[in-house]
Design a protein around this ligand. Structure first.
Ligand code: NAP
Length: 300
């Protein structure tokens, strides 16, 4: 990485910290429950980029002692068959969390699949119930990437309260949940998208700029306020190289801190996901009280 004026916000050390805490929770869970938390990954067809992502998730699980089960369905399968596979995973008490590999084949409606996941096992926060809980400021499951984008700021000691945060991207999995999280952290948030007029004018007001557009080089140094903190969520392949949405070279001369790509938000995303899984496993365990046990305190 070239020597830059900006502080590098690297995801790997934070991810390692989170994995250490998760591994301890897994040991504790296994001692109490007699098995490890289990992540189920539903794969419909073998889309190449998502299979790479899958390998990274499996590796993260292995590192912390989480069991995992990949359920692979043929790419030609019907929507009903996918929903039935999810129903089985929902009903299986040994399955703590479920993720569905995206993208789905075009014949399958995303919304039908998302709705079929048990919200209590929806560790990537894609079910409408979890999206609604986030919107209301309650503790549901957060989309792992948006969570990672904000967690990298929090754990790097970047002040968020009272800052102007500009987010580029309004997707349900990254841009919007990151916006709600930053509002929750008391930032003043602007959300930009492809119809935003004069993107640079908005970006220039940002003390914190989170970029999740999927466009390499979209944000350059001359668009930034001097001293801005830049979180680059983008993942793009250009000339065989992995790059973000931010022109790192020019941006790092103006920013006070910046996440690299690769090595920034990416490594943290899987760590957030497995931390959500352990939380799901613990919550399900707390619910699985024997019926004979008296309920203390009323409505639980
Ligand atoms: P997405 O669903 O395609 O959404 C992209 C968003 O960016 C949309 O809201 C779009 O606006 C906006 N946008 C596109 N071009 C723009 C432009 N020229 N100016 C301003 N806004 C623009 O993508 P996503 O799933 O949110 O992912 C965003 C990026 O993050 C991608 O590069 C993806 O690969 C990466 N990603 C990284 C991780 C990770 O772990 N680091 C995980 C997931 C995704 P409209 O709404 O108007 O179309």
């Amino acid at each position: 990485m070239p020597d830059t004026g900006a502080r590098l916000l690297e995801g790997a050390p934070i991810a390692a910290e989170i994995r250490t805490a998760v591994a301890e929770s897994v040991v504790n869970y296994r001692e109490r429950v007699g098995r490890s938390p289990l992540l189920a990954i539903l794969i419909v067809g073998r889309d190449a980029p998502s299979m790479v992502y899958l390998q990274q998730i499996l590796k993260s699980c292995d590192l912390v002692g989480i069991d995992r089960r990949a359920v692979e369905l043929d790419g030609e399968v019907t929507e009903r068959a996918v929903i039935e596979a999810l129903a089985e995973l929902n009903a299986d008490p040994t399955v703590s969390g479920i993720i569905v590999q995206m993208p789905l084949p075009p014949t399958i409606r995303l919304r039908a699949i998302v709705d079929a996941i048990d919200p209590a096992k929806d560790i990537d926060g894609i079910h409408p119930l979890n999206a609604g809980l986030l919107r209301l400021g309650y503790d549901g499951f957060l989309p792992a990437t948006a969570h990672a984008a904000v967690e990298i700021l929090r754990r790097s000691g970047i002040e968020i309260e009272g800052k102007d945060a500009v987010i580029i991207g309004r997707s349900t999995v990254v841009g919007m949940p990151a916006a709600f999280l930053l509002v929750r952290e008391d930032a003043t948030v602007t959300v930009c998208h492809s119809r935003t007029v004069d993107l640079a004018a908005h970006v220039r007001r940002g003390d914190i700029v989170v970029v999740a557009a999927g466009h390499p080089g979209l944000v350059t140094g001359d668009m930034l306020k001097p001293g801005a903190v830049v979180v680059d969520v983008g993942i793009n392949v250009v000339d065989g190289k992995l790059v973000g949405d931010v022109d790192f070279e020019s941006a790092s001369r103006v920013a006070s801190a910046i996440t690299p790509v690769p090595g920034g938000v990416g490594p943290l995303t899987n760590a957030m996901l497995i931390s959500h899984l352990v939380r799901a496993a613990e919550a399900q365990q707390a619910q699985a009280r024997p019926l004979s046990e008296p309920v203390v305190g009323g409505s639980a």
